[in-house]
Design a protein around this ligand. Structure first.
Ligand code: ARG
Length: 460
């Protein structure tokens, strides 16, 4: 049995059931690269302050690199007795270097070590998700450009509301993803303070140089309160919250495209490569990727909830509960990385079907608001104009007319003397879209500017 690092104080070994219950090696082995990185920086710092000779430091750095290679090659033995990734790597180093290996843990604790490792891992993972989001943004922008000139119905309450340009629609997601990216950047900024040197909870009497370690590991500074460090998992929670919002944005998008690819909508053609069939119904083609993107958001919300409940009511400083942070953290990142990657595959492969969209584009009185605004611009109070056009829509429905343009000149002028025969020139979705003016609207000139802005910003 491998002896425990705390063996000096104990007379008896650990109950096997306790070892099984308390281990984290089954899941925290994923941190091995970052554990090696953190330990190498720590060794360099110990040499820098004269607690290791340069030769000792070199031997430790080299030994840690060898261990990393062994783990990567699948040649490293993981055993339950060594509890977690930190104890495994330190024990392996001691097997290699003897007493020198036993010096590495000078001036540090597993509490600040694990926090450092998880921060380094999370920092890399945040960068990977950001790269995935950039790729997805570019896919949406490319789709926005590919579908230029197409008008689609815009919805509120999933009821037809006003006409919008398809380009405008695609760019809406680029905006959401941009906020998601800025949230990741924000989380990264607050995360990027070095925990190492806080030791167990109170710091250390060893004259370490935390600024040195921070520079070695690319942290922007040093966390200022050891008690805070030992108990802090804000960075994990903030990161997972940011992932949750990404997952929710994409779940809403997936829901919409599932609807759009139905027979009933028929707005969207999904390529075979991203659909699956049915084992019993030969005609079926199902949007499973979109459904799973929608479904997997549940896991991310679950991870966020787990983390929030995990820290609820924890007193300072480190508590073993915190070991449980890794499973939801890893799962949230794994899930969102995959979701973002597959979302880009869908966006790249899917195309609108203007034929099907146009068949019914003049249904739903999408131009009613534009006609109301025409009256307002002629001095009619908004509330009055709203009533006038509302009555005209009612009249259309009673007469069985699908479009406001189908009303007679007499119907229009009876509703308001300001609705002369020239009113007809303002009707129809194309005219309605062309009438928009405000910044951020679906006006063709505004949308073209936005498309250009995104192409420039995303270097496309
Ligand atoms: N495996 C532990 C974790 O992940 C490492 C820290 C253990 N610290 C301790 N005082 N037992 O949180």
């Amino acid at each position: 049995m491998a002896s425990k690092p705390w063996g000096g104080r104990f007379d008896a070994g650990t109950d096997r059931r306790v070892e099984e219950f308390t281990e984290s090696i089954s899941f925290d082995r994923r941190l091995f690269r970052h554990d090696v990185l953190g330990s190498q920086a720590h060794a360099r710092m110990l040499a820098h302050v004269g607690l290791l000779t340069q030769d000792e430091c070199n031997a430790i750095v080299q030994g840690l690199s060898e261990i990393q290679t062994e783990i990567e090659a699948g040649r490293f033995p993981f055993v339950l007795e060594r509890e977690d990734v930190h104890m495994h790597i330190e024990a392996a180093l001691t097997e290699k270097l003897g007493d020198l290996g036993r010096k590495l843990h000078t001036g540090r604790s597993r509490n600040d070590q694990v926090s450092t490792d998880v921060k380094l891992w999370t920092r890399d993972a945040l960068d990977r998700v950001d790269a995935g989001l950039l790729h997805l943004q570019r896919a949406f922008v490319a789709s926005a450009a590919r579908h230029e000139g197409i008008i689609i119905p815009g919805y509120t309450h999933l009821q037809r509301a006003q006409p919008v340009l398809a380009t405008h629609y695609f760019l809406a997601f680029v905006e959401k993803l941009e906020r998601d990216r800025s949230r990741l950047a924000d989380a990264r900024k607050r995360l990027n303070m070095l925990p190492l040197g806080a030791a167990a909870l109170a710091g250390t009497s060893i004259p370490i140089d935390r600024e040195f370690t921070a520079r070695e590991l690319g942290f922007d500074g040093v966390a200022a309160n050891s008690l805070d460090v030992s108990s802090d998992r804000d960075f994990a929670i903030e990161s997972v919250f940011s992932l949750t919002l990404i997952a929710e944005h994409l779940a809403g998008w997936a829901e919409e495209w599932i609807l759009w690819s139905t027979q009933e909508f028929g707005f969207l053609a999904l390529p075979d490569a991203i659909c699956t069939g049915s084992s019993i119904m030969p005609q079926k083609k199902n949007p499973d990727v979109l459904e799973l993107i929608r479904g997997r958001s549940a896991r991310v919300v679950g991870s966020l909830t787990t983390l929030l409940v995990l820290i609820k009511g924890l007193p300072l400083a480190y508590n073993r509960d915190l070991q449980e942070d890794k499973l939801p953290l890893f799962d949230a990142f794994d899930t969102v990385e995959a979701v973002v990657e597959l979302a880009a595959v869908v966006v790249e492969g899917a195309n609108l079907r203007p034929d099907r969209i146009n068949e019914r584009l003049d249904e739903g009185y999408l131009d009613a608001t534009t006609l109301m605004e025409h009256l307002i611009l002629q001095g009619v109070p908004q509330r009055t104009a709203h009533e006038v056009i509302g009555r005209l829509v009612g009249l259309c429905e009673r007469k069985g007319l699908k479009r406001l343009a189908d009303l007679s000149d007499a119907d229009l002028s009876e509703a308001s003397p300001k609705l002369g025969p020239e009113t007809k020139d303002l009707l129809g979705v194309e005219k309605a879209v062309a009438a928009f003016k405000s910044y951020g609207s679906t006006a063709p000139s505004e949308v073209a500017k936005q498309l250009d802005r995104w192409k420039m910003k995303l270097e496309m």
